[in-house]
Ligand binder design. Structure first.
Ligand SMILES: NC(=O)c1ccc[n+]([C@@H]2O[C@H](COP(=O)([O-])OP(=O)(O)OC[C@H]3O[C@@H](n4cnc5c(N)ncnc54)[C@H](OP(=O)(O)O)[C@@H]3O)[C@@H](O)[C@H]2O)c1
Length: 217
């Protein structure tokens, strides 16, 4: 059965998934890159950006695994870009250039309606204004037998966690302190929501943990 998966979500030791003050120069917020440093060294990332060979150990294997069997993505509007409020025009098409690394339909949660955008390589961005369940239904419909990947950012993952809708959450814990930004876990009782840690594996630059929701019955 199709699952909702969070994969390769970078988290600092103090629980942050993004730094403060996201803008065009700081897509991950100030100090955000320290959280994702492990991913930027992988062969997966380097290949994606034409940067030659990268590292091929445990971290890279998790990066590879994160793209396997994914038929659709869900993103929050801030992960899609730095534009806030009503869309001033149709010029912003994501951080990723003409050919984003998704290659499947991507459902972007926002309060501001916008027409879908077809990109090169099979990515199409759809803007969903009627909530997380609707985005999940549409994404599952598009994904068919394959899984849906919840890309982030932090606020969007927190919403899906609170609703108990995430089947599997892979966090890449980085041994850095960010101090301020978007905190992933604060105020969320994952135990009460039925999650437990089922895998814990040390990588080269991050420690990987998998949280799964127990299935009832
Ligand atoms: N650590 C990692 O691995 C990782 C991965 C991905 C992203 N990130 C980072 O995370 C940061 C973004 O996270 P974030 O917490 O700021 O924001 P986010 O989750 O990306 O987006 C939040 C926004 O999405 C829209 N939205 C969310 N739920 C909605 C709903 N139910 N209905 C309608 N609209 C909804 C709202 O936008 P509007 O109301 O404005 O439309 C809301 O302000 C970025 O810096 C990004 O680079 C980190």
């Amino acid at each position: 059965m199709s699952k909702l998966r969070v994969q390769c979500f970078g988290v600092s030791l103090d629980g942050y998934g993004a730094g403060t003050d996201q803008d065009l120069q700081n897509p991950l917020g100030v100090r955000g890159p320290e959280i994702m440093e492990w991913f930027l060294a992988t062969n997966v990332w380097k290949k994606m950006h034409g940067l030659g060979a990268g590292e091929t150990g445990v971290d890279n294997r998790f990066a590879e695994r994160s793209f396997e069997n994914i038929g659709a993505w869900i993103l929050g509007r801030n992960m899609f870009g730095p534009v806030r409020g009503p869309w001033p025009d149709d010029s912003w098409k994501g951080w990723w250039g003409d050919e984003p690394p998704y290659h499947v339909p991507v459902f972007v949660l926002t309060h501001y309606a916008r027409a879908p955008i077809k990109m090169k390589g099979g990515t199409e961005f759809f803007f969903v204004t009627d909530g997380i369940e609707s985005a999940l239904d549409q994404a599952k419909n598009a994904a068919g037998e394959r899984d849906v990947r919840l890309g982030g950012g932090v606020a969007t993952i927190r919403e899906y966690l609170r609703a108990g809708l995430i089947d599997e959450l892979h966090l890449a814990m980085r041994p850095v302190l960010i101090g301020a930004g978007e905190n992933l876990m604060s105020g969320i009782d994952l135990r009460a929501l039925g999650y437990s840690c089922t895998e814990s594996i040390a990588g080269e630059r991050a420690h990987h943990v998998i949280l799964r929701k127990a299935t009832m019955g």
